[in-house]
Structures are given as structure tokens and as C-alpha cells.
Design a protein around this ligand. Structure first.
Ligand SMILES: [Zn+2]
Length: 1004
């Protein structure tokens, strides 16, 4: 037989595009349209409905950037349409090639009931089926003219990302506002042909199934009269019934489709717009669930649910009703889909506490999976946190975005730093916006790495970010793919139903140990430095606020601010969303975040101050108390205690031969040369590599190929400028300190280097007035250390990375995340670099020709200046504190990391404060002391082994104890936990490396 396959395929495409799809709506009449443009920010629904609209015509432009326009459409169903299905087609000016990221609408009835969202691929509203004819139609549309930020020419700097700079130019042109007859038979024919046409193209050209579909498609096209598509569509469908009824092969891959809309809690739109995006999408999804009995929809991020509840009660009513059917399900169990590299230990834990608690309180539902499809890499501390929250599974597809290495598994056990293993699935469909296209389904089946031992994968299905979620077309395609020869099978399922099957079929999956590093988006550890600082500062303040408020509540009957702390925690957790903390949002988001963090700091400082004053007693004694909120004793003050301040010993700064200064405190001798660079740090052994200088600011050009705020590409290192010229090197204001001022480009840096008395630590404060673009600023410390690996702090411990680049996996980690410290060591001597606000860093090494010794260079990433999506990223003043700690053990690194983030506080008062909780082993670090969230008055203390070894935690309560329980993160008794050994107020517990424990202590 002659090969006419390509002819049939081309015929299918043209006939579908030009004849069959247009026949879905064979008749239409225009609606009357009027509009009211709300001045400024969005208005309540009632106000929008009550406004007096002006006429507007199809073809007219509308919508200043970030504006809200209330359209009213009215019309009458023609009498001639009696008995037919009629829909309103409402095209606000959508670009169907961009299913999200543009204008959107939510349709209301005149009484304010939401109907459904309007999105680029979801423009219909059912009027009646069948209609009688003569019905009056009146609908209102709350339309948001969100500008396109990421368009056809992506990553171009734009002023559109902030209402303050976006101007008022209308962004859209009203495209279609019609009543139309909907021909369901033609619509079904379109889907038959799409499913078969897309499947056909994925099948081998020499296979019989492909040819059977080719011939069936040809017969169907022959049966459709192109002059009367509506009259002949049923005949066309009949000729496809046979090939659509052929069942899937027994070995076919099995896809669990989960209806989904990945909605970024802020990104190319401000937080307030996400509230409305969620309302539109959930309106669509509750409507679709009513129409489609098999469909299942899962929504993550408790914060988004809470927004609907608070701001859109009429939508919330529909959501709660849908949840009761078991087909609209909470996914995940986190407050937001946060970044997981940067959030500190407690914040990462509280993401789960607040997320899970919301779903438990509202619905009595507890998930056992973490749902993070889009997060930019996963820290190795996460498995233990997931487990401690009562979950045991993880879903993400993001690692498929890695540019260098292909991850070897799709289903596996992920082992964290403490040995906890989490059953993990990466959907092989490689997207969180699956649309049931044949190419996606075939890719999932082909790509699945665990073939032969496992068959199931998950496909998050639906348009996110304002695309409106799953469409009826996706549901219709899934129905055809349920059991279809040549295809993977598709079944709508909840995430937990999928995981149950995946676990059952794969009892002994492979294991991946350590972080899930994303080989992309590495610059998100640095971009928008003020957002990073705000997060770190907020985390530290929350620790202090809980600690001192709990201490004051128990000791002084001071009221514990439960509601206030709950609210502030949720604000901080929201800002850890995977486009806010990473710095990848528009200017508007980061401008607001900076203000929000300032308000959080002011509020928490107030909480801390009130609690400390309640504890400190009479302020007129003339005594000043020092409060130590860190987990280790400092200057003679125990952790969590307060005692009278002591005078400090002096450190000297004396002129150095050849220029500069020498700092010496008897423990450490530091030489700063005439350029303000640190050329020697000596504690009995030299820390700085021979001939090199530390505290070296280095400036690189930084213009990645794509994703400006997200990415730094490896070639940035090829070009570097050492900022060695100093404007001034003078003694600092404090004894034992040196001030260095440098200018470069349009920017200026002022540093103070100080050697505090009594410790082996060089403190470096850096203030940068930054006015560069597309540059990367690093602070470098070339150290005389030979180490195969270095430690970076992560949640509840630290993880190691190689200092070499033997393999592509190691080479790809050229920029990585640390929390408060990095540490590297040779046997007997180590060194730490600690920080109060930076996350990105790199560690490299060279071997010196002069003495064959190894120079290991640790560099902190201070600032970038990408121009997309915020064209003014990071302009202005920034402050950082770092400290170099020579001779540091890993325990010293942990301790100094806390100290630099938790400065002592001084409060007048005469009453020394004993710690509420004391832990005897310095390897055991307390991360939280608080009152229980259930307001019972119980004291909750969380701690972990912080050095990676064994420890015996002896925890003593500074109050009368009635009972002690080991709990999970949600402060519920931990099933299967060993009873802690208790004598009076002291509990003794052996800890494994990095083991995390939460104790709930009932007061007598
Ligand atoms: Zn996302």
C-alpha cells in the first residue's frame, strides 16, 4: 500500500482548525457590554456590581496595568434556539498561547454568586441546556488587567512590574462577547480527533496501531461534510468508535491524573492579586467538579485556602461543599509551597505545622505528602521535618529542570541528613501544568525511569497561575485515555491514592542520599538581598519572641501573645513562598515585602521588649541586664537567661609595618594591610593562604542566558575584578576595630573589621550602597586549608558538599545554600565563616605552585543586580555581617552562627532571669522554647543534635513539672516514641546524629 500517512495527518490538522473547531459554536449573537473601571485597587464585589457602567464595544481597548474593570453583559437568548445548548463566550482579549499570566475574569450573577473564572483557555459560561428561548442573560465580570510581564520576548526589563511605574496604557482589546449555540457532538468529535491525532504522532510509524488510527481518522474525515459539519459530526464519531474502544496493553504505564492549578502565591503579580487568582480558579474547579463525576482536584498551600475563606466567602462555600465530596482535596500540608533551601529550621517546621493545622481545623483532613512541584531544590534537612510533621511522602517535578545531570529515578526513597527516608515521586510528565496532550502522556511513559519494577506516575493536570486550572477538554481527553491502546492509561485520583499504589508496587525503591540540588536558579540564593535579610531577621526575632514570652508567662504571669505570634508566623511563612524569598518576583512584591518585614520586626521587638521588662524587675536599680537568646552561654550568661552586664576586656589596634593595622586580643592576631585586606589571621596557625588576602570583595559581570533574577551561569567566573583599592583605612570608632571605605563603579562600600575581646573571631560589618547592574558581588576568604568537603548549615544540622569538581554532579554545585555558617577543616583545625543575612556562597580550591599547599576559598554572595523581573533589583543600601572563626570546630561554627544572628539585648532591671529550659550538652541545640499552640500553658521545647554525632540530652525545666511527652511538630504525642527518662524536672534522652526532638512539658 502506498504511504499516505503524512497526507492524512496534514488533512486532519487543516480540517480540525478551519472547519470542525469553528463548528463547535455554529451560531451566535452579540451581547450588550458596559464597563466600569474601578479607580485604583480592587473593590468589594458588591461595589463592583452596584457601579454604573458605561457602554463599551468589542474591539475597544480596556485595562490599565493592574486595574480592575467590571463588565456587565446583557442579552436575550433567541427564540429560534429553543431546545439547544447555549453558552456565553466572553473573550476579554486573551492570548490562547499563554494560558495564564495575563488578564483574567471572574463571572458573577447579579446576586453576587460566583459562576466561574474566565481564562485564556476557558472563555465559556453555560447559559442553559436546553434553553427555552427568550431567556434574559445578565452577567457581571470582575476583570483584572494584569499586564503580561513574561511575554514572547522574555526577560526584558519592564516598568510594568509595579503599579507605581506601570503607567496607564490600556493592555487589552475586548475580543468577543457573544451568546452562542454549543454543539456538543462537534465538541466531542474535536476531542476524539485530538486524542487520536496526538496519540498517532507518538506511535512508531511501522506499528500497526498507528496505521489503524490513520485509516480510522481518514474514514471519519470522509464522513464529515465540510458544508454541514454539525449535521455529520455524529457520523464522523461513529467511524472513530472502534479505535477509541481498543484497550490499553497490560504493560501500559498508568498515570494518576490530579486536577491542579499551580498558583504562585506572588510572582509576576502582587500578593493581593493571588487572592483573586485563587478565587477564580477555585470557582472554575468547583463548577467542573459538579459537571464531571470522575474528576478530582487537589489544591496546595493552606494560605491560599485561607485567603478564599477570608476574602471570598461566597467561593469558600462552594469549596467546602466540594471538599465534602472527597474530590476537591487539600494537597501537601504546608502553609505555602515554600523555598526549602533558605528557610531556617523552625520556619521549615512551621510551614508544616500551620499548613497541616489549617486542613485539620477546617476539614479534619491530614495529608501525608509534601507537595512542592515547583520549588528550586530541596535541602537535606527536609526529610526529617516532613516525618516529624507526621507526613512521609514528597512530590516534586522541579529537578527535571536541572541543566547538567539527569536524575536517575522518578520514584525513590530520599534520605536526609539524619537518616530519615521519605517516599518521593517526580512526575515523569515533567510539568505541573499537564494538559492531557498526547505528547505529554507519551513523554511521561517513555521518560519514567523505573519501568520494569513500577508502573504508576502522577500528572498534575491543569493550567496554573491564572490559567484557571483543569478544563473540561482535559477531562474529556482523560476519559478517552482511560484505557486506550497505544497510550498510557489515565485515571483521576487523589495524591494519596496515587502514593498508595506507587508504594505498594515498589516496596524496595532505590535510595538517594542528601540534598536534591537543582542545577538551575542558583542566583535565587542572592537576588533581592533585602528580602533575604528580612527573612533571616524575622526568623531570629520569632525565636526570641517565643522564648522570652514563654519565660515571662511562666515566671511572671505575663500574657503569652498566642494570636499575635500565630499571625506573624504566617506572614513570615508566606514570604518564604518560592518566588518571594528567592527574589524572583516583580518589584511590587519585593517593595511590599520590605515594608512587611519592617513591620514584623517592629512588632516582634515590641513582644520581646515587653516580655523582658516583665522579667527584669525594677528598672530603677541602675543595673543593666543582658538577655542571651542564643542556645549557648555567652559572656557568662546562660542560654535563655539574663544576668547583669560585665565589663569587657580591651582589644588593641596598632599600626602595622608597611601600612594598615594589627588587631590583637591575646587569642587571635589579625593583620589588615594598607588596602584594608586581611593578610593574616593567626591563632597559633595561619588561616589565610600564603600570598593571598581575605575580606576581598570581588565583582563579576553577571548576565545569564535566561531567567535573570533566578540564574547565574557558570561563565560568570571567567571575568573578575578584585576591589583592592581603598579610599580610607582608618581606626574604627570602637577600640580594636578598623574602618575601610572603597568606591567602585557607581557604588561604595564601608566595612568595619573588629576583633572582640575574649574570642577567636574576626567580625566584619559591610555596608554597600549598591548602584550596579548585572554584576555579582562576592566577599572572598582564601584559606590555607586542605579539605575534601565542607559543611553548610541547613535545617536542624548541616550537609556536606565537595570542594572539588571531579564529576559533573559536583561541578554543577558552583553556587549553593548555607544558613548561618560554612565550615571546613583538616584534622585538628577548622575554620568557619558565619553570616547574618547571606545564603549563597561558593567554595573552590587550588593547589599552590609555591609550597604545594591547598588554598580553599570560601566566598559569600552579597549582591546581584539583575534587571528582570525587577529592573531596579537591589539598588540602594545593604548591610551584612560576617565573621571569620579560625580554629573552629563544627560545634563552634554552630554556636557562632547563632551568636551573630542573635545579638544580646540589654534591659534595665535588677532581677536575674534563670533559663526556662536548660540543656547540658553543647552538641544539643534548642531551636524553640514556646507555649503550646493549644493555649494549655504547656511549655514546648524543641532541640536537636547539631554536630552530626551522638549526644545525651539532659533537659531540665526551670519550673515544676507534672508530665513530659515526646510529640511531633504539631505538639501531638508521637506514636511509638520511647518514654523519656525523667527525674523530677530533668529528662534524659540519647540523640542520634542530627536527631530532632520535641518535648511537651506540662506544668505542675
Ligand atoms: Zn511556582
Amino acid at each position: 500500500m502506498h504511504d499516505d500517512r503524512e497526507l492524512v495527518e496534514a488533512r486532519l490538522k487543516r480540517v480540525l482548525d478551519e472547519r470542525i473547531r469553528p463548528a463547535v459554536y455554529p451560531e451566535s449573537v452579540p451581547l450588550e457590554v458596559a464597563v466600569w473601571h474601578a479607580p485604583g485597587e480592587p473593590v468589594p464585589v458588591a461595589e463592583g456590581l452596584a457601579a454604573a457602567p458605561e457602554p463599551i464595544a468589542v474591539g475597544d481597548r480596556w485595562g490599565a496595568p493592574w486595574g480592575t474593570s467590571w463588565f456587565t453583559v446583557t442579552g436575550t437568548v433567541p427564540a429560534a434556539w429553543a431546545g439547544r445548548t447555549v453558552e456565553a463566550l466572553l473573550d476579554l482579549g486573551f492570548d490562547e498561547n499563554m494560558p495564564g499570566f495575563q488578564c483574567e475574569g471572574l463571572v458573577y450573577r447579579p446576586d453576587g454568586t460566583p459562576v466561574k473564572g474566565l481564562n485564556p483557555r476557558n472563555q465559556w459560561v453555560r447559559v442553559g441546556s436546553p434553553v427555552e428561548g427568550g431567556e434574559q442573560v445578565r452577567l457581571h465580570i470582575e476583570a483584572a488587567s494584569n499586564p503580561v510581564i513574561l511575554g514572547y520576548h522574555p526577560f526584558q526589563p519592564t516598568p510594568l512590574g509595579d503599579r507605581e511605574t506601570a503607567g496607564s496604557e490600556p493592555q487589552y482589546r475586548l475580543a468577543r462577547m457573544d451568546l452562542a449555540v454549543f454543539d456538543e457532538t462537534v465538541w466531542q468529535l474535536v476531542l476524539d480527533l485530538e486524542v487520536l491525532g496526538e496519540l498517532m504522532r507518538e506511535l512508531p510509524a511501522d506499528g500497526a496501531r498507528r496505521w489503524e488510527i490513520v485509516r480510522a481518522v481518514e474514514r471519519a474525515l470522509d464522513a464529515v461534510d465540510l458544508q454541514d459539519v454539525n449535521g455529520t459530526a455524529a457520523a464522523g464519531r461513529e467511524r472513530l468508535a472502534g479505535v477509541l474502544a481498543a484497550p490499553a496493553a497490560p504493560s501500559a504505564h498508568r498515570i494518576s491524573a490530579v486536577g491542579h492549578a499551580h498558583i504562585d502565591s506572588a510572582w509576576l503579580w502582587p500578593l493581593r492579586e493571588t487572592v483573586r487568582k485563587v478565587a477564580r480558579t477555585t470557582s472554575n474547579m468547583t463548577a467542573l467538579l459538579e459537571d464531571e463525576p470522575d474528576f478530582v482536584f487537589a489544591m496546595s498551600q493552606a494560605q491560599q485556602w485561607a485567603w478564599v475563606k477570608e476574602h471570598r466567602p461566597e467561593v469558600w462555600a462552594k469549596v467546602t461543599k466540594a471538599v465534602a465530596t472527597g474530590r476537591f482535596v487539600p494537597a501537601g500540608g504546608m502553609w505555602v509551597e515554600s523555598d526549602t533551601n533558605m528557610p531556617g529550621s523552625e520556619a521549615m517546621a512551621r510551614q508544616f505545622v500551620h499548613g497541616k493545622r489549617f486542613f485539620l481545623d477546617e476539614f479534619g483532613i491530614e495529608n501525608d505528602e509534601a507537595w512542592l512541584p515547583d520549588t528550586f531544590g530541596f535541602a537535606a534537612g527536609l526529610p526529617q521535618i516532613i516525618k516529624a510533621a507526621g507526613s512521609r511522602r514528597l512530590l516534586t517535578q522541579k529537578i527535571s529542570w536541572s541543566r547538567t545531570n539527569t536524575f536517575p529515578h522518578h520514584t525513590f526513597l530520599w534520605e536526609g541528613i539524619d537518616g530519615t527516608r521519605i517516599f518521593t515521586h517526580f512526575p515523569p510528565v515533567d510539568t505541573y501544568n499537564c494538559s492531557m496532550k498526547g505528547s505529554e502522556i507519551a513523554h511521561a511513559a517513555r521518560n519514567f525511569k523505573d519501568k520494569g519494577v513500577a508502573r504508576h506516575s502522577l500528572a498534575p493536570t491543569g493550567w496554573g497561575d491564572g490559567g484557571g486550572g483543569t478544563t473540561r477538554e482535559m477531562v474529556a481527553k482523560a476519559a478517552r485515555l482511560r484505557d486506550l491502546e497505544g497510550s498510557a492509561t489515565v485515571t483521576w485520583e487523589t495524591p494519596s491514592a496515587f502514593f498508595a499504589k506507587a508504594e505498594a508496587e515498589y516496596p524496595d525503591p532505590p535510595v538517594w542520599v542528601g540534598e536534591l540540588y537543582l542545577e538551575l536558579h542558583r542566583a535565587t540564593l542572592t537576588s533581592q538581598a533585602r528580602t533575604k535579610r528580612g527573612n533571616r531577621r524575622s526568623e531570629s526575632l520569632l525565636r526570641e519572641a517565643e522564648l522570652w514570652a514563654a519565660t515571662a508567662a511562666v515566671r511572671a504571669g505575663h500574657p503569652y501573645p498566642y494570636a499575635q505570634l500565630d499571625r506573624v508566623w504566617k506572614t513570615v511563612l508566606l514570604h518564604q513562598f518560592h518566588d518571594i524569598l528567592p527574589g524572583s518576583s516583580i518589584a511590587w512584591v519585593h517593595r511590599e515585602a520590605e515594608k512587611t518585614y519592617a513591620a514584623v520586626a517592629a512588632e516582634l521587638d515590641g513582644v520581646i521588649d515587653a516580655a523582658q521588662r516583665a522579667l527584669a524587675g525594677d528598672p530603677s536599680t541602675g543595673v543593666e541586664l543582658v538577655f542571651n537568646g542564643a542556645p549557648h552561654a555567652r559572656h557568662g550568661v546562660a542560654a535563655g537567661a539574663a544576668a547583669p552586664a560585665r565589663g569587657a576586656d580591651a582589644t588593641t589596634a596598632s599600626p602595622r609595618e608597611g601600612g594598615g593595622y594589627v588587631l590583637d586580643n591575646g587569642l587571635l592576631r589579625v593583620e589588615i594591610d594598607g588596602r584594608g585586606l586581611v593578610v593574616s589571621v593567626f591563632d597559633g596557625r595561619e588561616a589565610i593562604a600564603p600570598g593571598r588576602a581575605a575580606n576581598l570583595l570581588q565583582l563579576h559581570p553577571d548576565f545569564p542566558n535566561m531567567w535573570d533574577a533566578w540564574d547565574v551561569d557558570e561563565f560568570y567566573r571567567n571575568t573578575v575584578t578584585d576591589l583592592v583599592d581603598a579610599d580610607e583605612v582608618t581606626p574604627g570608632d570602637d577600640p580594636g576595630s578598623v574602618r575601610v571605605v572603597r568606591s567602585f563603579g557607581s557604588s561604595k562600600v564601608t566595612q568595619v573589621l573588629a576583633l572582640p575581646a575574649g574570642v577567636k573571631r574576626l567580625d566584619i560589618s559591610t555596608e554597600v550602597d549598591w548602584h550596579e547592574t548585572e554584576k555579582f558581588l562576592k566577599l572572598a576568604f582564601p584559606l590555607d586549608v586542605r579539605a575534601e568537603r565542607y559543611a553548610s548549615e541547613t535545617q536542624y544540622g548541616h550537609s556536606y558538599r565537595a570542594t572539588h569538581t571531579n564529576t559533573s554532579w559536583e561541578a554543577a554545585k558552583f553556587e549553593a545554600c548555607n544558613h548561618r555558617f560554612v565550615h571546613l577543616e583538616e584534622p585538628g583545625w577548622g575554620v568557619a565563616l558565619v553570616n547574618d543575612a547571606t545564603y549563597g556562597h561558593d567554595v573552590t580550591r587550588t593547589v599552590r605552585a609555591s609550597d604545594s599547599g591547598t588554598t580553599t576559598t570560601v566566598r559569600a554572595s552579597l549582591l546581584r543586580a539583575p534587571r528582570f523581573p525587577d529592573p531596579e533589583t537591589d539598588q540602594g543600601v545593604h548591610r551584612f555581617r560576617h565573621a571569620l572563626v579560625p580554629g573552629a570546630t563544627i560545634g563552634d561554627a554552630v554556636r557562632e552562627g547563632y551568636f551573630i544572628n542573635l545579638p544580646e539585648r540589654r534591659v534595665p532591671g535588677g532581677a536575674e532571669v534563670a533559663p526556662l529550659v536548660t540543656v547540658e550538652d553543647d552538641a544539643v541545640v534548642v531551636t524553640a522554647v514556646k507555649l503550646a499552640d493549644d493555649e494549655s500553658g504547656d511549655v514546648v521545647v524543641r532541640f536537636h543534635e547539631a554536630r552530626g554525632g551522638r549526644a545525651l540530652a539532659r533537659v531540665t525545666a526551670g519550673f515544676e513539672v507534672a508530665d513530659v511527652t515526646v510529640t511531633d511538630l504539631l505538639e501531638r504525642p508521637l506514636a511509638g516514641a520511647a518514654e523519656p527518662r525523667r527525674e523530677g524536672g530533668t529528662v534524659t534522652l540519647p540523640l542520634r546524629p542530627f536527631e530532632l526532638v520535641t518535648l511537651r512539658v506540662k506544668r505542675a
